[in-house]
Design a protein around this ligand. Sequence first.
Ligand code: RB5
Length: 147
Amino acid sequence: MSKIIIGCDHAGFELKNILIDFLKSKNIEVTDNGCYSKEPADYPVIAQDTAKKVASGEFDKGILICGTGVGMSIAANKIKGIRAVVCSDTTSAKFSRLHNNTNILCLGQRIVGEYCAKDICEIWLNSKFEGERHLKRINLIEPISHS
Ligand code: RB5
């Protein structure tokens, strides 16, 4: 069973709580990494802390939510070993797993509705990396992002 960590800033707080309940209803183990209220919170802080916990192997995958998902994805992708994708459609979510082996999903509470976000999460979590030619390509990413 995959261990999932989820984080948000103030602009993603409500969707985070909805997704925690959704994942628990599917018997998916999820750890809430904050923030814990709608008080203003800086997304880079949450993104960095959550992404490090995925990169270290403490968690298998992460979900990060802010207003658009964009800030979270930019910040999370600064962490070595993280491949974060911001999605507002299920096809991108699926292929980001199949081809890019993404390990963090970023969502925008101001962009996607609750039902769309649940579908994106479910498809992202259930899609498996295809490896082979795609492995060679994602291995070419790391030296670029940390050079
Ligand atoms: C907060 O207002 C907003 O800027 C943040 O949640 C996020 O959308 C940034 O990318």
